[in-house]
Structure formats: structure tokens, C-alpha cells
Design a binder for this molecule. Structure first.
Ligand code: PHE
Length: 458
């Protein structure tokens, strides 16, 4: 079994915050948040989302970090330590499986971003002059099985190359370099977008809630997005917390991570919506928003080529710092519980994930007719997204709350949160206690019931 010395550690608070923010900030912020916002009617969705991040996301994030730091283990080992000789470690096991499952479809979409970066650089995206031509480019790109498989394989390989180098030498180093680049690119793009003609209408769309849009779907969608975006419910934050020193106060570290994740989602909105209003494009394009609508807008913009290249570079960076966290959850399990050398673990997980990614990569062949009537006439990518990204994350988040609040106990949770760092004011502890005991598990349970009963995705 790996000892604390051989498991690795973050070099300090900044390293942890950048890595955890890197995990949280990903396709969820830049690809999924904007289209969910559009589907949820704009400002109202954003408002509800921010409230959920504060009331539910942050308490669950703090709980996961505390569980990880206290036990110094991967999700399975963490629950073994929290509640020995019980079935609770199965919750950690579900988390490890979920990390693997999410990685297998996330790497496919991440592969598309690399492909789009390549197409932007080579000038191919220049042909996306209107909705129809752009949709055709997207359709033939994702339906090309060789590209889709090769690019997701490439992305998994990149992820393996980072994770095999360990915590401070691999994940932390990557985040220290890439997160500032990401932030700079986002700021520059948002500035470009907001100053476009009509750009301010996009800003207004993002920040003016229209309460007539209120529906249970908007509320549930916002909660699901908050969990996914903060990387909660599958032990990513337990694992990242486990490499944290006892001298850090997790209130602050967790607060920064939640703030960075939410701030970046809003910045992504400030890039996409002003651009959509500038081009008078359809804001409700769903998941195709980033890949289909944006290229046509880039082509109408001054400096469009640079903007397009920066945007897809940014998406690639954001995706990579998230895939490393997904792989780290599985790696930590094999290193801690099975005593595998880290390098072997990453190679096996990378290869296994690639096999599972292949059917997802081929899913869109069926859509465009390439493999019609063949093996992949159903959408494996969406299926995986639903099983792991929706159902499994909410089940995990619910059980983590219940275990930490009712089995392990809030007093121990609060103590673990503060470590040996100076104490914070009492009211915050009272709020967290109430949230984590009642509001968080109840809210997540409601989402779960909703998606099971209706079969809806977030
Ligand atoms: N939070 C990541 C994103 O927004 C996705 C993710 C989910 C990563 C769960 C790790 C664990 O893209």
C-alpha cells in the first residue's frame, strides 16, 4: 500500500488551487455552460446557477476536500477509513468507475477540440460561412471514424503523459503553466467579444433574469450543471484533497476553487453571447453552439482567425486539466489500494479508457449515415454522458453528503476542514452544518428522482 511519502503531495496552496480549479474548469464551463444557459433562457439560468454553486456546490466541495485531506486516500480508501467494515467504500468504488466512464466520453469531445484547433490553424474552418456549411463541416468531421478515434486516443495519451509524472511533478506543473494561459486567453476573447457591435445585448442577455422562463427544468438543469462543473460526486475533489497538507485551511482553498470555476463559466458566457448577438445567430443551438455556431461568427469578426485559434486552444487546455483529474481518481485507486506503480496504473487506465472511448467516437457516424445499419446505430456518447455524467454523479454526491454528515458526523467534518490552521468564525460552521445535513442531500435527491422519473438529462 502506498504511504503518504510515496503517494505525492501538492507543493503548496497555490499548486492545489490551480490544479483543483483546472479540474473544475473544463468543457463543462466553456462548452456546456453556454448552451445550458441558452436552453435555460439566459440570465435566469445564470442567477439560479450561481445560487446553487453557493448553497449546494460549495458545501459539497468542502466536504469532499475535507474527506480527502483527513483520510489521505483515494475515494475507496477514504470511505474505508471513514466507516470501516461497511459498504460505504462502494460509494468510492462507484466514483472510480464514474471517473473512468466520464473520461471515456469526455476524451472524445476533447479530441474534437484538438481537431477544431487543427482546422482553425490550417484555415479549413474558413469555409464555415453560414449555419449550413458549418454544420456540414462538423457533421463530416465527427462522422469520420479515423479522426474521431485517433484524436480521442491522442488526448488520452497526453493525459497519461501528465498523470504518470505524479502530483507535483505532473498535474501541478501542468496547471501552473496552463491555467494562467487559459485565464489570459479568456479575458482577451471576452474583451474582443463584448466590444463587438451589438455585444452589449449579449451581456444583458446573460445578466438580466427573465422570470417568466422559470420552470422546474431550469432549476434542475442549473443544479446538475453546478455538480458537473465543480467536479463533484465522484471523488475527484476527495482525491485532490488527499494530497493537501494539514496546515491549509480548506474553507479558503475551496472558496477560491468555486469562485474561479464560476467566474470562468461567466467569462465563457461573455465570449459566446455577445458574439452570438453580434452575428444575430440562433442562441439556442444546443450542444452544437460551440462547434457549429461559433466558427461562422469567427469568420465574420475582425481578427477572426486569431480568435478562432485562441478559442479552440483554450478549449483544449481546459479539457486537458480536467481529464488529468478524471484519470487521477482511477490512478490513485490502483496506487493506494492495489499497490501498483503509478506508471503502470496510468498505462492500463489509458488503454482501457481508449477501448471504451471507441464506440463513443463512432457514435456520430450513425448520425450522419456513415455507419448506418451497422453496429453503432445508437448514440453511445450520449448514453455514457447520461449514465456517468448525470445519474452516477448525482448518486455519488447524495451518498457522499449522507455519509459525511450522518455517518462520519459534522463535528469531525468541521474539524477536518480546518486542519491545524486557524479557526474561522462560528456562523459559517452553522451554515455548512445545516446545508450538508439537510439541504444538499435533499436537493440532490430531488434531481435524482427527477431524472429517473422523466428520463431527462440535465
Ligand atoms: N468539471 C469538469 C468540467 O467542467 C468535468 C469533470 C467532472 C471533471 C467530474 C472531473 C470530475 O468540464
Amino acid at each position: 500500500m502506498a504511504t503518504p511519502q510515496t503517494r505525492g503531495n501538492w507543493s503548496g496552496r497555490a499548486g492545489f488551487i490551480l490544479a483543483a480549479a483546472g479540474s473544475a474548469i473544463g468543457l463543462g464551463n466553456i462548452w456546456r455552460f453556454p448552451y445550458s444557459t441558452a436552453e435555460g433562457g439566459g440570465g435566469l439560468f445564470v442567477l439560479i446557477y450561481v445560487v446553487f454553486v453557493l448553497l449546494i456546490g460549495l458545501p459539497v466541495l468542502l466536504t469532499e476536500l475535507a474527506v480527502g485531506r483527513e483520510t489521505g486516500r483515494n475515494p475507496v480508501g477514504a470511505f474505508k477509513k471513514l466507516v470501516p467494515h461497511s459498504w460505504w467504500p462502494a460509494v468510492g468504488g462507484l466514483g472510480v468507475l464514474t471517473g473512468f466512464g466520464i473520461l471515456a466520453f469526455y476524451s472524445v469531445i476533447a479530441g474534437w477540440t484538438v481537431g477544431y484547433l487543427g482546422m482553425a490553424v490550417s484555415g479549413k474552418l474558413g469555409a464555415a460561412v453560414d449555419g449550413e456549411s458549418s454544420a456540414a463541416i462538423f457533421g463530416s468531421f465527427v462522422a469520420n471514424p479515423l479522426w474521431a478515434i485517433a484524436l480521442s486516443g491522442l488526448f488520452l495519451l497526453l493525459t497519461v503523459l501528465v498523470v504518470r509524472r505524479g502530483i507535483s511533478g505532473g498535474i501541478e506543473r501542468l496547471s501552473m503553466v496552463l491555467m494562467p494561459v487559459l485565464f489570459f486567453l479568456l479575458m482577451a476573447l471576452a474583451l474582443r467579444s463584448v466590444t463587438l457591435r451589438g455585444g452589449l445585448d449579449g451581456v444583458a442577455y446573460l445578466f438580466t433574469p427573465d422570470f417568466s422562463e422559470l420552470s422546474y427544468r431550469v432549476i434542475i438543469g442549473a443544479l446538475g450543471q453546478a455538480l458537473f462543473s465543480l467536479s463533484l460526486g465522484m471523488g475527484a475533489m476527495i482525491t485532490y484533497g488527499s494530497y493537501m497538507s494539514k496546515t491549509e485551511n480548506l474553507w479558503k482553498a475551496g472558496g477560491y476553487v468555486a469562485m474561479a470555476d464560476t467566474g470562468i463559466a461567466i467569462l465563457a458566457g461573455l465570449i459566446i453571447f455577445p458574439a452570438l448577438f453580434f452575428a444575430q445567430a440562433d442562441v439556442t443551438a444546443g450542444p452544437g453552439l460551440v462547434f457549429v455556431v461559433l466558427p461562422t461568427i469567427f469568420n465574420q469578426m475582425p481578427l477572426g482567425l486569431i480568435v478562432a485559434i485562441s478559442f479552440f486552444a483554450l478549449l483544449t487546455i481546459a479539457a486537458l486539466t480536467s481529464t488529468v483529474s478524471l484519470m487521477e481518481v482511477c490512478t490513485a485507486y490502483f496506487v493506494d489500494e492495489r499497490g501498483w506503480p503509478r506508471k503502470n496504473a496510468t498505462a492500463v487506465i489509458g488503454a482501457g479508457c481508449f477501448l471504451l472511448a471507441v464506440p463513443s467516437a463512432l457514435a456520430f457516424g450513425a448520425v450522419s449515415g456513415l455507419s448506418e445499419g451497422g453496429w453503432f446505430t445508437w448514440d453511445f456518447l450520449t448514453l455514457n454522458n447520461n449514465i456517468w455524467g448525470n445519474y452516477s454523479l448525482s448518486i455519488g454526491a447524495f451518498l457522499i453528503c449522507v455519509c459525511a454528515a450522518w455517518k462520519w458526523g459534522v463535528p469531525r467534518l468541521l474539524e477536518a476542514l480546518e486542519g491545524v490552521a486557524p479557526r474561522y468564525p462560528i456562523p459559517m460552521r452553522g451554515v455548512l452544518t445545516f446545508m450538508i445535513k439537510f439541504i444538499c442531500p435533499l436537493a440532490v435527491l430531488l434531481v435524482l428522482i427527477f431524472i429517473v422519473v422523466t428520463g431527462e438529462y440535465f
